[in-house]
Design a protein around this ligand. Sequence first.
Ligand SMILES: Nc1ncnc2c1ncn2[C@@H]1O[C@H](COP(=O)(O)OP(=O)(O)O)[C@@H](O)[C@H]1O
Ligand SMILES: [Mg+2]
Length: 793
Amino acid sequence: MAESGDKKNPQVGIPERLPLLPMRDIVVFPHMLLPLFIARGISIRAIEEALAGNKMVLLAAQKSLDIEGPQPGDIYSVGTVGAIMRMIKLPDGKVKVLVQGLAKAKIVSFVQSAPFYQVKIKKVVEPARDGVSVESEAVIRTVKEQVERMVSLGKPIIPDVVAVIENMENPGRLADMVASNMGLTVDAAQEVLELQDPIARLRKVSGFLAKEMDVLLVQQKIQSEARGEMDKMQREYFLREQMKAIQKELGDSDERIEEIEEFRVKIAAAEMPEKVAKEAEKQLKRLGKMHPDSAEAGTVRTYLEWLVELPWGKSTRDNLDIHLAKKVLDEDHYNLEKVKERILEFLAVRKMKGRMKGPILCFVGPPGVGKTSLGRSIARAIGREFVRVSLGGIRDEAEIRGHRRTYVGSLPGRIIQGIKQAGTNNPVFMMDEIDKIGIDFRGDPSSALLEVLDPEQNHAFSDHYLGVPFDLSNVMFITTANQIDPIPVPLRDRMEMIEISSYTTEEKEGIARNYLIPRQLSEHGVSAGAVHISDAAIRHVVTQYTREAGVRNLEREIAHILRKIVRQMAEGKRRKYHVGPSSVHRYLGIPKFLPEAEQEKDEVGVATGLAWTPTGGDILRVEATTMTGKGGLTLTGSLGDVMKESAQAALSYIRSRSKHFGILPGTFSKTDIHIHVPAGAIPKDGPSAGITMATALASVLTGCILRRDMAMTGEVTLQGRVLPVGGLKEKILAAKRAGIKGIILPRRNKKDLEEVPLQAQRGMKFIFADHMDDVLVSAFRGSLKRPHQHQKL
Ligand SMILES: Nc1ncnc2c1ncn2[C@@H]1O[C@H](COP(=O)(O)OP(=O)(O)O)[C@@H](O)[C@H]1O
Ligand SMILES: [Mg+2]
């Protein structure tokens, strides 16, 4: 309620008759401006009547609040004439009016009672007081002080009203103002209203204030007692805080708080997807509630560490400059032109397509030919991180996908481990030995791999340990294998095979000269000028100290030589070293391999075969021997079923042709035959040793000597026909490595020679056989002797 201020005083025109507005819960004083909500019919009609005329009503309070339809006797006879300033009709039918109190008036009589009360009134005139009496001054001050105290005791009074009160000097108006703002009951307010003398009125108000003040004081006391209770709680809180501080002093909880804080910072910095960040926050909350030394806390901690350390948002920018990529590949690898060409094409396609999607490269070839290092080079060429994970021997799906965290000591699978190691989410990711994964009861790792390699699925790869998806779609996967066949077909279908075959002696020499020796020199801290290794020395190392498809041992032997030299240098012997063939012998000891021809003498019953293995080709000795018995055949040397059958077929062929070979009749019924293929622990299988076994048998049964430097490969039929076999290229390279001078091979394999480097063909005699007869002619030293004394066992 506010005072209306100095508006023009309309009191003059107050008429004798006015509509009456009975008021339930409020007493209106002159000069007050206040809104009223009106709901009752008689009141609304009264307002309407007033608005139709001079806009004035008499505002008089009801004696009792809960009378719905007041009779004249229920209404106090003293009220205030009010002017209606504004009216708003509310949607619910009620009316809101803004009224201003004009002057006090007394009801003389009721002139009309329906549809609203009309009353005859008489203005109440305040007795005039002259000047400012001491008494008036004192009461005014008292009241003002009282108001001030009450405000300080927490009585809610609008500050504007307080300010107006402070500046009031008229006791009557002060009384009205305070009375209408102190929240007096209707009875009390009416009492004030009815007092005509301003001083008496103000005293009355002061009396009410004093009473109100007592109430406030008691209220305050009650509140402060209640606050005492509160204080007790607060004290406990502080004590608890102190206890925490003490615990911190004594124990490790300080570290703990720090730990949580650290995690929070790391989570914020890890650029996690929203879902992951939520999970991290959840786990952090759990960690905060756990005993720091509990096993569970340890698990959660490890998990959080994984989450914050994974490169969710970290990646490198690709360099897709094909010229630069070529330069890098050439810098790192000798020759391999075809392979590099394919890699560059692959990168070019990536560049044009924009996204790194599509087939996955798979380098296939024997060990040590540079598969892994090519992968590393690709990463270097396009400016990505490189990680390598070996899949060899993995049988358990969990190795790929991780174990659920409920397992003790569980960890993410190798994929996520690799990503963490890379530190970026778009590395070149090499999966080595993809041909060596297996399947067993713990699940099929290849199906998990399939998901990893599938561009449609790998944007949300789920690792069991993480429990949240990780986006692998920007990773460039490269796989390697020694052979294609064991790779599960669905995986194979996603991959683009790039075959890398064994190196020839010449290639190895080139690699050694241009790559391995410079690298080893720098790794041993030797300047390039200080050690010179001659071409002849390199050839010596290649042919006499290594026999491998790749260059791993070659690099090892070179390192070996350099170690010896470095030691001599350290001992201050010489500054410059020249390494020739003889010093190779000095540094590396006696040769580990000699060309086959130079090894032992030619023998009866020992034929030289050629085998293809995942680690490159190899030569294979087949030994046959006879002893007194009754026609048995023993096969040893870890031979597979196909190879055993092939041995049976070879024997049957020889028996059926025994007359031709001059083998005495009855020999077989009195003889046991034993075929052995040395390196007995290594499993061997396949039909391609057929002609070799037949040759060994023919030799032992006829006593003819076999040439050691003549190797052979081919399947044999019961009629002695020679059928083509696979793996020719690796077999020929292996024969060359072993110092073999001639190779007998099925005629239908002749076309395979096109793939064999010319260097490897040079100096090698190739004999193309259609039939066993062709084989034996070349394999025996000298011609078939028949009959032979030797056979009379
Ligand atoms: N063509 C080559 N030029 C230069 N170095 C090579 C070449 N091929 C292989 N190497 C080197 O031989 C070593 C063995 O290669 P690596 O990549 O491990 O073979 P893989 O993965 O095929 O078994 C590496 O040090 C590699 O740099
Ligand atoms: Mg490798």
